[in-house]
Design a protein around this ligand. Structure first.
Ligand SMILES: [Zn+2]
Length: 51
């Protein structure tokens, strides 16, 4: 799972892949992967299981 943020309206959602159409603004916006910017990701942003 990754965290995606709509570059148009700022809506965020969790999914394996970004949606084709933003559920919030109903536009085909560009979704940015913001997985490592959410608090759950930790200070380093790295998944501890990968170490
Ligand atoms: Zn949007």
């Amino acid at each position: 799972m990754a965290e995606w943020k709509c570059s148009n309206c700022g809506y965020t959602l969790s999914a394996d892949k970004p949606p084709e159409e933003c559920p919030s603004c109903k536009e085909k916006c560009e979704f940015m992967d913001v997985s490592c910017y959410i608090p759950e990701c930790g200070e380093t942003g790295a998944d501890p299981r990968l170490k």
